[in-house]
Ligand binder design. Structure first.
Ligand code: FES
Length: 569
C-alpha cells in the first residue's frame, strides 16, 4: 500500500499534476518525492530565547532523515516563550497544540520530528502530535549551561527570585543585582534548574517519545546535535514500522512519566500538562494517581529547586537514562519507546557517575516524591503542593487568611506598609485560575510582603488557583479546583478566616461553617469575563479546570491521521 505522501504526489488528474509541479518548483524531483516525507515541526522563534538555536538542530535532523532515505521538510508552528509572552504562555498552549495537530494533519507528510524547548512548547507539541497520531519523535533543545556570578553557580530562574527577594529586603545592593544579569542566563537552552522545561523534556524519555538522553544533554553540547541527527534517521524507520504515539503513550507510559516526575522533584506544571496530554489519547490520569505514585517514589535527583544541582550536573552524572535505571524497580520497564525497544532496554546500561546528584533508591534525598495532592472544603476537586521545595515547619500550619481578590489587587496592596499581615498568616490569591487569570498564570509563588521580607521572613503559606514556575520554591498551594472565577470555595474566603494546611493528611480546610459558606455563595457574583472576542473568548468558553489539564473540552481525544490514506480531492 502506498504511503500518505506517495498517494498525494501520485494522484491522477490536475491535482497530482499540481502537487508534483509545485514541489518541483522547490527543486525536488521524482526520486525525492518517492521517499518517506518527514515534517520537521520547528518552534524556533527570535522571541523565544530558549528555542533560538533550533534552526541548527533542524539541520541535524535533516541530515539524519536524508541519510536514512527520507525527504525532510521543515515547517514552523507557534513558539511560546515564557519570558516575553503576555499575559501568560499557558493561555496559548492549546492554540499551539491546535496549530501542531492541524499542520501535521494537513500536510502530505508520513512522519514528524517535533523540535521544542521552552516550558509550553513541549506539552503543546506532544498534545497536537498525540491527536494527529502520525509516527513521531520529539527532540528538545536542551538546558542552558549553569549560570555564574564570580564564584557562585546560579540557576535561572530559581536565583532570579531568591536574589530579587534579597534585593527587596535590602541585603543585596543594586549594582550587584544588575551585574548578576550578565551571567545568570549565559547560553542557548531552557532554564537549567528542574523547572517546567527541564521536567517536561525529561519526561519525554519516560513517556517513550524521545531518544535516550534527550532530557539533560546541554543545549550547546554537540551530543545534542548527534541526538537530533539520530532522531532524523530513526523517524524514517518509525514510518516503515507504522509506530505511532498512541502505541507508545499508554497508561503505563504515563505512570512511568509520573514516577520520574516524582523522583526528580519536577515541576507542578506537569500535573497540568500530563492529564491534558493523556486526555488526547483517552487515558485518564486523576490527581489521586499523582499522589499515589508520589507516596511510593523516593526523591532521588538532587536538583534545584528541591535540591542542590542543575541540569548540567545531571547530564555529567548520567542524565535521565541513569535516573530511569535507578527507578526500574518502580517502572513498567516493558513499555515501548521510539527506539523500537522497551524503556528498560533503553536504560539497562546507563550508569550513575555521581551518586550525590543521582541517588539510589536506598539513599534517597526523601522517602517520598516531591508532590502532594490536597483535598478539603477549600479544594473539593484538589490542589497541589510541591512539598520538596517548601518549608518543613509550614507543612502543618493553621493561620489567618489575608485575601487578595486578583492580580491588580495584589500589586496594589501587597507592599502597603499598612497591610494587616504577619508571618504566620496565610496569603490567598483569588481569580488567577484557567478562567480567572485567564490562562492560569504562574503567579501562585507571588512575593511575600516587603515589610515581612525586611523582617527576615522568607516563606509563608500561599494559596491560589494559579500555577507557579517550576523553578520556584516555597510553601505554595496551587491549582485549587474548582477555581474562584467559576464559584469554587476559594472565592468565598475572606480576610481573617482560618485556613489549615495539613500536607501529611493531604488536607486543606477553611474553618468556616457550611451555613456561612452557603450564605456567602448566595451573594457571590462571577468577575467580569476577561475577554469578549477572539482566541481568548474561545479559551474562556472551553477551557477545563486544572485537574483535567486546562485543555479545551472539544480537543479531548484523538482523530488520527491515516498513515496511508487517499487525499480528499
Ligand atoms: Fe524558557 Fe525558562 S524561559 S524554560
Amino acid at each position: 500500500m502506498r504511503s500518505r505522501s506517495r498517494v498525494f504526489f501520485e494522484q491522477g488528474g490536475v491535482a497530482g499534476f499540481t502537487h508534483r509541479a509545485f514541489a518541483k518548483s522547490m527543486g525536488f524531483d521524482g526520486d525525492d518525492l518517492n521517499r518517506p516525507i518527514i515534517g520537521i515541526c520547528n518552534t524556533y522563534s527570535e522571541l523565544n530565547n530558549c528555542n533560538r538555536h533550533l534552526r541548527e538542530l533542524a539541520e541535524a535532523v535533516k541530515r539524519g532523515v536524508l541519510q536514512a532515505g527520507g525527504l525532510p521538510l521543515e515547517f514552523p508552528t507557534i513558539s511560546l516563550g515564557e519570558i516575553f509572552l503576555s499575559p501568560t504562555s499557558m493561555l496559548y498552549r492549546n492554540l499551539a497544540a491546535m496549530d501542531t495537530e492541524e499542520m501535521i494533519r494537513g500536510q502530505p507528510i508520513d512522519g514528524v520530528v517535533l523540535l521544542t524547548n521552552c516550558d509550553k512548547t513541549t506539552p503543546a507539541a506532544l498534545m497536537g502530535a498525540a491527536s494527529a497520531d502520525l509516527p513521531c519523535i520529539l527532540v528538545s533543545g536542551g538546558p542552558m549551561l549553569s549560570g555564574h556570578y564570580q564564584d557562585q553557580i546560579l540557576g535561572a530562574c530559581t536565583d532570579c527570585r531568591r536574589l530579587t527577594a534579597e534585593y527587596e529586603a535590602g541585603t543585596l545592593d543594586g549594582a550587584t543585582y544588575r551585574e548578576i544579569e550578565d551571567g545568570i542566563v549565559r547560553s542557548a537552552g531552557h532554564c537549567m534548574v528542574m523547572g517546567t522545561a527541564s521536567t517536561m523534556n525529561s519526561l519525554t524519555e519516560a513517556l517513550g517519545m524521545a531518544l535516550p538522553g534527550n532530557g539533560a544533554i546541554p543545549a550547546v553540547d554537540s551530543r545534542r546535535l548527534r541526538l537530533a541527527q539520530n532522531a532524523g534517521r530513526r523517524v524514517v524507520e518509525l514510518v516503515e514500522e507504522a509506530l505511532r504515539p498512541s502505541h507508545i503513550m499508554t497508561r503505563q507510559a504515563f505512570e512511568n512519566a509520573i514516577t520520574l516526575l516524582c523522583a526528580l522533584g519536577g515541576s507542578t506544571n506537569a500535573v497540568v500538562h500530563l492529564p491534558a496530554l493523556a486526555g488526547r489519547l483517552n487515558v485518564e490520569l486523576p490527581l489521586s494517581l499523582f499522589d499515589e505514585i508520589s507516596r511510593r517514589t523516593p526523591l532521588i535527583a538532587n536538583m534545584r529547586p528541591s535540591g542542590r544541582y542543575q541540569m548540567e550536573d545531571l547530564f555529567y552524572a548520567g542524565g535521565i537514562p541513569a535516573v530511569l535505571n535507578q527507578l526500574l524497580p518502580l517502572l513498567h520497564g516493558d513499555t515501548l519507546t521510539v527506539t523500537g525497544k522497551s524503556l528498560a532496554e533503553n536504560v539497562q546500561n546507563a550508569e550513575v557517575q555521581n551518586s550525590d546528584v543521582i541517588r539510589s533508591l536506598h539513599n534517597a534525598l526523601k522517602p517520598e516524591g516531591g508532590l502532594a495532592v490536597l483535598c478539603g472544603n477549600l479544594a473539593p476537586e484538589g490542589a497541589v503542593i510541591k512539598h520538596s521545595a517548601a518549608t518543613p515547619e509550614l507543612m502543618q500550619h493553621r493561620g489567618r487568611a489575608v485575601v487578595f481578590h486578583n492580580i491588580d489587587d495584589l500589586h496594589a496592596r501587597l507592599n502597603d506598609p499598612d497591610l494587616d499581615v504577619t508571618a504566620t498568616d496565610i496569603l490567598v490569591l483569588q481569580n488567577v485560575g484557567p478562567v480567572g487569570g485567564p490562562g492560569i498564570p504562574e503567579v501562585g509563588n507571588f512575593s511575600i510582603p516587603r515589610k515581612l521580607l525586611q523582617q527576615g521572613v522568607r516563606d509563608m503559606v500561599r494559596v491560589s488557583d494559579g500555577r507557579m514556575s517550576g523553578t520556584a520554591f516555597g510553601t505554595i498551594v496551587l491549582h485549587v479546583a474548582p477555581e474562584s472565577a467559576v464559584g469554587g470555595p476559594l472565592a468565598l474566603v475572606r480576610d481573617g478566616d482560618e485556613i489549615e494546611l495539613d500536607v501529611a493528611g493531604r488536607r486543606i480546610h477553611l474553618h468556616v461553617g457550611d451555613e456561612e459558606l452557603a450564605q456567602r455563595k448566595s451573594v457571590w457574583r462571577p468577575p467580569q469575563a476577561a475577554a469578549s472576542r477572539g482566541y481568548s473568548r474561545l479559551y474562556l468558553d472551553h477551557v477545563t479546570q486544572a485537574p483535567l489539564g486546562c485543555d479545551f473540552d472539544f480537543l479531548h481525544g484523538a482523530d488520527p491521521v491515516q498513515a496511508r490514506e487517499q487525499p480528499k480531492f
